[in-house]
Design a protein around this ligand. Structure first.
Ligand code: ADP
Length: 491
């Protein structure tokens, strides 16, 4: 069979622009797919940050007449790792100070429907007979609500290739007023319960879930959870109806970027056969975060958006009890102002034991993964989660709520799982502060049993979280979709 060609449409990609795990996946999965012979090209908006890092490019298409949209160009370039990029260049929509979805004050850009409508539209044009490019994909791989309208536009295009839609987080849905349907020149028939309509509004995500050929999400457990009311965010009915077309594939991680034996952001590198460097990183982390430098006290690391989803409220609630255990807590992240304030207050109250760095820091995130003894991730829900995988790779057992990808990537410690060399952390069910506290306490008592603790850390480091297995699983989904007979479009 000729080489499979896939257009990977996304709103963020590492290292050009990142707000969360979607960017990590968009950087690593296409590269892993290329390594197994799939010709993947990444479609991304030309934000200021992307244009600044783009380097050399060619203008390969100009669109002056996309109904409802301003003029735009497609620039073809490459990332540093040779991953081909197709950048949607539309300065009025994308080149502005601030984040990809929000301004510097944290408010959504008022024209997000147009911004991501254009990204979606171009994804569909490139996957149809309208495409001006020489390169024609066999399939468009869409990611989250920002590209959710691509399957809808494809549905009504001529010569359209199939699509798959990956849900990285069902909580973000791209909901806009009903009139957006006409503004974006979607057929009025889309605005239906059997279509893109969601409680009287247009939902980009629902459009994607409804019109795409196949849905994937980022862990097998999350694929089941989103079919239930509690975590379905109103989409559970549609997802249950489409359960035969829904596959959960656990994300991998970039094992080059996250490698304790080569990581330049650490004080000292280390590997599974000699973990002594971990001690130096712990001391450096304690020093950098102005905690008491003490090798004996268990140090808990946190890297997270400070949100209800991530369960940070429960962790902060039990922080005084944790300080009394005693343990230290090194937190990095930003988000809800109240949670940030509470973390800062705790760090003032317990300066030797609790530290909070409010903000985003790649170097500090690497040092936390390496220097902490344990990593805490009590998410209420977690589609996949990356930090618990990074932490295992760095020999830092995670403590997690058993949900979504956390359930699929962390094996709870028991005597039996340790004996079987499976145990790689601590998990709990029942999202309460008490359960979280009890689980941390369980981890702390094992920490003081050095031979067992070391065995646990080595189990973590021996696990394979590389993308290769997941990339194969995506290729299988692509092939399955391409084997399906083309649906007949009603006229
Ligand atoms: P989500 O995408 O829901 O935020 P994930 O665990 O899937 O959560 O991915 C989060 C990614 O963002 C990880 O790569 C994590 O290391 C990184 N990250 C989150 N907050 C920060 C921060 N404050 N500083 C540095 N990296 C961060």
């Amino acid at each position: 069979m000729a080489e499979l060609k896939v257009l990977f449409a996304t709103s963020e990609v590492v290292p050009l622009i990142k707000t969360g795990g979607l960017a990590d996946v968009s950087g690593a999965l296409p590269a892993a797919l290329r390594a197994i012979g799939v010709d993947v090209r990444v479609l991304i908006p030309g934000y200021l940050q992307v244009m600044a890092k783009l380097g050399e490019f060619n203008v390969v298409a100009t669109f002056n007449n996309l109904p409802g949209f301003p003029s735009a160009r497609i620039l073809s370039g490459k990332m540093a790792n040779d991953l081909p990029l197709l950048v949607v260049d539309c300065p009025n929509l994308y080149q502005r100070e601030g984040g990809p979805y929000q301004n510097e004050q944290g408010q959504d850009w008022p024209d997000n429907a147009l911004r991501f409508g254009l990204l979606s539209k171009i994804g569909a044009v490139l996957g149809s007979d309208e495409s001006p490019l020489d390169w024609h994909p066999d399939l468009v791989h869409c990611n989250d609500w920002q590209t959710g309208l691509t399957p809808a536009y494809l549905k009504f295009a001529t010569g359209a290739v199939p699509s798959i839609m990956t849900v990285h987080n069902l909580a973000f849905q791209g909901i806009f007023p009903a009139k957006t349907v006409a503004d974006l020149h979607l057929p009025a028939s889309c605005f239906d319960i059997g279509g893109a309509e969601f409680y009287g509004s247009l939902s980009f995500l629902k459009a994607g879930l409804f019109y795409t050929n196949h849905i994937t999400t980022v862990s097998p457990t999350y694929a089941k959870e989103i079919q239930q009311e509690e975590l379905g965010f109103g989409m559970q009915g549609l997802l249950t109806t489409r359960s035969d077309d829904l596959t959960g594939i656990l994300n991998g991680i970039d094992t080059d970027e996250w490698n304790p034996s080569t990581d330049k952001l650490l004080g000292k590198t280390y590997h599974i056969r000699d973990m002594s460097g971990k001690v130096a990183n712990k001391a450096l982390l304690q020093y950098r975060m102005r905690l008491k430098v003490d090798p004996a006290v268990p140090l808990l690391g946190v890297i997270s958006r400070f949100t209800h989803q991530k369960g940070l409220d429960l962790l902060l609630e039990i922080a005084p009890q944790l300080a009394a255990l005693p343990v230290q807590l090194a937190m990095l992240g930003s988000g809800d102002v109240a949670l940030q304030q509470s973390a800062a207050d705790l760090s003032h109250k317990y300066p030797n034991q609790i530290a909070a760095h409010i903000g985003y820091s790649e170097p500090l995130s690497h040092l936390i993964e390496a220097g902490a003894d344990m990593f805490v991730m009590p998410s209420r829900f977690e589609p996949c989660g990356l930090n618990q995988m990074y932490s295992q790779r760095y020999g830092t057992p995670p403590i997690v709520h058993a949900t979504g990808g956390l359930a699929d990537s962390v094996v709870n410690y028991t005597n039996a799982t340790l004996k079987a060399r499976m145990a790689s952390g601590f998990s709990f069910s029942g999202m309460t502060a008490q359960n979280l506290f009890d689980t941390i306490q369980r981890a702390v008592s094992l920490y003081h049993d050095k031979p067992k603790w070391q065995a646990l850390c080595k189990n973590c480091m021996a696990k394979d979280f590389s993308w290769s297995t997941s990339a194969e699983a995506y290729r299988e989904v692509y092939l399955k979709v391409l084997e399906q007979p083309k649906p007949v479009i009603p006229v």
